[in-house]
Design a protein around this ligand. Structure first.
Ligand SMILES: Cc1cc2nc3c(=O)[nH]c(=O)nc-3n(C[C@H](O)[C@H](O)[C@H](O)COP(=O)(O)OP(=O)(O)OC[C@H]3O[C@@H](n4cnc5c(N)ncnc54)[C@H](O)[C@@H]3O)c2cc1C
Length: 353
């Protein structure tokens, strides 16, 4: 599966490669053929993508739902509700995204998608992007989640997302409940764990089932995503989770990947160059690293940290920092965060928190 004439070779046909191809498909003429090789027989999986947006976005046509209120709570405590003035939390269904991306690729005469093809050696091409997911041993910390989508008999208030509710520490992990009430009467309900090792998936599935309201189960999703990855050797340019495009502190990556894909497509077309890495500035990496150390060494402190941040930051400030951290909102975040855990973590003593 190598071809000297290939201009851009995408290893893996997941979110990041498809975004790059979709962004490039807006250019009618590419410098040469683009190939995507995906080892699975189908694109996509049972998943949906949630993230914040604060302005019109080129993926707006795929957005299924928007919410301007999201809440946080620790177990058995009152919740803090964020209201986004500029920012809204949005949802894209995996199936819509993958169908759209497949159509973009199909409609471009220089693009081809090869399913059922596992790449085992670096392909030959002018540019290679490598989106093979890192293996579990390469994760720094782990976000384990198990969710079900239910068509509820009595749908709840559809105007608010439970972003991180019932936060508590269990088995060295922060556990919280995520609940997304969709406008179609279905609710995605998901227990998530942040920890220094993968959380017991069976236990998480049971917790989700026990928290689920009555109704018909429409689909299930579960996974373990990296919160930070160690240095990996890659073929060409690592992208997606492999390229640290999922934010270490949160696991969110969909919007960052799309923003990167649009920039990369422009640079590839205008200069025939792949943009340099990483996509987040070094100080974001440093701040996320502090949180990673707390997850590894002092997970019992996490519920307090997140609920304090929720109380002290506005909805827009919180969403800005999650999606597009700038020096200004990083400062707001540092002022709002409880000092002790971050100071201990910054000097490498998170275990004393
Ligand atoms: C269930 C789930 C829900 C998520 N929800 C959100 C969310 O709500 N918001 C958000 O921002 N992020 C979310 N994420 C995180 C992140 O956005 C996704 O993981 C995203 O799919 C990562 O894209 P990727 O291209 O790095 O990897 P993937 O989408 O995993 O794509 C990698 C592809 O490479 C293929 N592959 C691997 N090895 C080879 C090989 N040797 N040859 C050929 N193909 C190969 C794999 O089969 C896979 O299809 C979620 C992740 C999961 C798993």
């Amino acid at each position: 599966m190598t071809d000297g004439s290939t201009w851009l070779y995408c290893v893996g046909g997941g979110a990041s490669s498809l975004m790059l191809a979709a962004a490039l498909s807006k250019y009618p003429v590419l410098p040469g053929p683009l190939r995507i090789a995906e080892r699975k027989a189908n694109l996509g999986q049972a998943q949906s993508f949630g993230f914040w947006v604060d302005r019109p976005h080129s993926l707006d046509h795929l957005i299924k739902a928007r919410w301007s209120r999201w809440q946080f709570s620790r177990q058995n405590t009152e919740s803090t509700v964020h209201i986004g003035e500029r920012q809204s939390y949005v949802l894209i269904e995996g199936a819509d995204f993958f169908d759209w991306a497949a159509l973009c690729i199909e409609s471009h005469p220089q693009m081809s998608l090869h399913l059922n093809v596992e790449i085992t050696a670096p392909p030959k091409a002018t540019h290679v992007v490598d989106s093979r997911p890192p293996s579990l041993s390469e994760f720094k910390t782990y976000q384990t989640f198990a969710g079900i989508e239910i068509e509820e008999t009595h749908p709840p208030d559809p105007s608010m997302v439970d972003l991180m509710t019932c936060m508590h520490c269990d088995a060295d992990s922060l556990l919280f409940l995520y609940r997304l009430p969709k406008p179609n009467g279905c609710t995605l309900i998901e227990w998530t764990a942040f920890g220094g090792r993968p959380f017991d998936m069976e236990k998480l599935v049971r917790m989700t089932q026990e928290s689920a309201p009555s109704g018909r189960i429409v689909r299930e999703e579960r996974g373990i995503i990296p919160m930070g990855v160690h240095q990996l050797s890659s073929w060409g340019t690592p992208i997606g989770a492999r390229g640290q495009m999922t934010r270490a502190a949160s696991g969110y990556g969909f919007k960052a990947m799309w923003d990167w894909a649009e920039r990369a497509a422009k640079q590839l077309i205008e200069h025939n160059e792949m943009p340099s890495h990483p996509i987040y500035p070094a100080w974001v990496g440093w701040m996320d690293q502090c949180l990673i150390q707390i997850i590894q060494s002092a997970p019992h402190a996490l519920a307090g940290i997140f609920s304090t941040l929720a109380q002290r930051l506005s909805g827009d400030q919180f969403a800005d920092f999650m999606m597009k951290p700038t020096a200004r909102n990083a400062l707001q975040m540092m002022q709002a965060a409880p000092k002790r855990p971050f100071v201990y973590s910054a000097v490498g003593c998170a275990r004393w928190i």
